[in-house]
Design a protein around this ligand. Structure first.
Ligand SMILES: Cc1cc2nc3c(=O)[nH]c(=O)nc-3n(C[C@H](O)[C@H](O)[C@H](O)COP(=O)(O)OP(=O)(O)OC[C@H]3O[C@@H](n4cnc5c(N)ncnc54)[C@H](O)[C@@H]3O)c2cc1C
Length: 331
């Protein structure tokens, strides 16, 4: 077991600011640090991350490792893995937290392999076992039907955390911390992959992962035109539209909106599931939603086992009146 009790958070930044996921991870780390007996550190990697470094301090980091290099402008597995591993070996933390984001899902298993330890993915709660001082990592299993609490017996203990699972601390610009610059030292010749082109996802409205309300459609929606009706409801509720896999495969909606095992994980306050059966691969993508409302014409549909409110009906008969009422209430 490690002598060092520090917690290191891998922070992602976009547009010169920390992502909301990064602020949540810093919140998680700040609450764990007193119980673990260590300090909270953060690491930022990119071509211009000095601004987010100060923000990380304001959100609770006592030390921020900054690795800046033009070569690190865009995320790519190999260079990011090389520099992150370098920082970890320098900082020697006992616990490493990453977001359950595209980069976090990519880096955590690689890190675990390189550091000869384990990675626990998609955690929804973290605490320190008071007796053994090990990290207790709670994660949904069996498509969200059960919660497993896992312990990693080797150091460093690595966890990825689901978005919206933990609240950030209030930002306080008076917090003091140390910024430690680390040379990237990347040998471009050793990197076997390169980014040829980046296509930025055109995100109109609220981002799916951050939405407080998700209106999700399944195969039962039947067409791209059907999804337009879900978009209308999402717009009124200031939410985002999600989908099961079949509508994405059929191109009724973009692949980026798929929720589930091989799609995105969301944690909204309200999840409205329309014309979808509730397959375990889909349920695993929103098992931490606070309130689930299901509309399905089959009373035996599995979605009704997890829904808090259910309507057994053809959605085409329900949504027009529902939309009209929402518009009326929204003024
Ligand atoms: C390895 C693997 C990974 C997968 N990953 C994912 C994933 O990430 N996300 C995902 O979603 N799926 C995933 N799947 C697919 C998953 O197993 C299911 O096939 C899929 O979720 C089913 O989608 P659905 O509920 O829309 O369709 P169906 O199961 O066909 O359900 C359609 C539902 O619509 C209802 N319906 C039909 N018409 C109406 C109407 N007019 N009004 C009201 N209700 C109506 C029906 O009663 C039915 O319950 C994965 C599968 C595998 C094998």
């Amino acid at each position: 077991m490690s002598e060092n009790k520090d917690i290191l958070v891998y922070c992602e930044a976009a547009g010169g600011k920390l992502t909301s996921m990064a602020t949540e991870l810093l919140g998680a780390g700040s609450r764990l640090a007193p119980a673990s007996g260590g300090e909270l550190s953060a690491v930022l990697i990119g071509s211009d991350v000095s601004g987010p470094a100060q923000e990380a301090i304001a959100y609770g980091a006592r030390k921020v490792y900054v690795v800046e290099d033009p070569y690190l402008k865009d995320y790519a597995t190999e260079p990011y893995l090389v520099v992150l591993e370098k920082v970890i070996r320098q900082a020697a933390p006992e616990i490493i937290l990453l977001g359950q984001t595209a980069a976090g899902r990519d880096l955590a298993p690689w890190l675990a392999f390189h550091l000869n330890t384990g990675a626990t993915m998609d955690c929804t709660a973290l605490e320190i076992d008071p007796a053994r001082k090990r990290l207790l990592m709670t994660r949904p299993v069996y498509g969200g039907n059960a919660q497993a609490v896992q312990v990693c017996e080797t150091d460093p203990q690595i966890a990825t955390v689901r978005n919206k699972a933990v609240a950030p601390l209030a930002k306080d610009s008076a917090r003091q911390g140390q910024v430690i610059k680390v040379m990237a030292g990347i040998d471009p010749a050793a990197i076997k992959t390169r980014v040829i082109e980046r296509k930025v996802e055109a995100a109109a409205g609220v981002k799916l992962e951050e939405a407080r309300v998700v209106v999700s459609g399944g195969r039962g929606i039947g067409s791209a035109a059907g999804f337009k009706q879900l978009e209308e409801i999402a717009a009124i509720l200031k939410g985002a539209v999600g989908a099961t896999r079949p509508p994405c495969d059929k191109k009724w909606i973009a692949d980026t909106q798929q929720i589930g095992l091989t799609g995105k994980v969301v944690s909204p306050d309200l999840y409205i599931a329309v014309g979808l059966s509730g397959a375990s691969q889909h349920l695993s993508g929103f098992s931490s939603a606070k309130t689930i409302v299901a509309i399905n014409k089959d009373p035996e549909a599995n979605i009704f086992k997890v829904a808090h409110y259910g309507i057994v009906a053809d959605w085409k008969a329900i949504l027009p009146a529902f939309t009209a009422k929402l518009k009326e209430v929204a003024g």
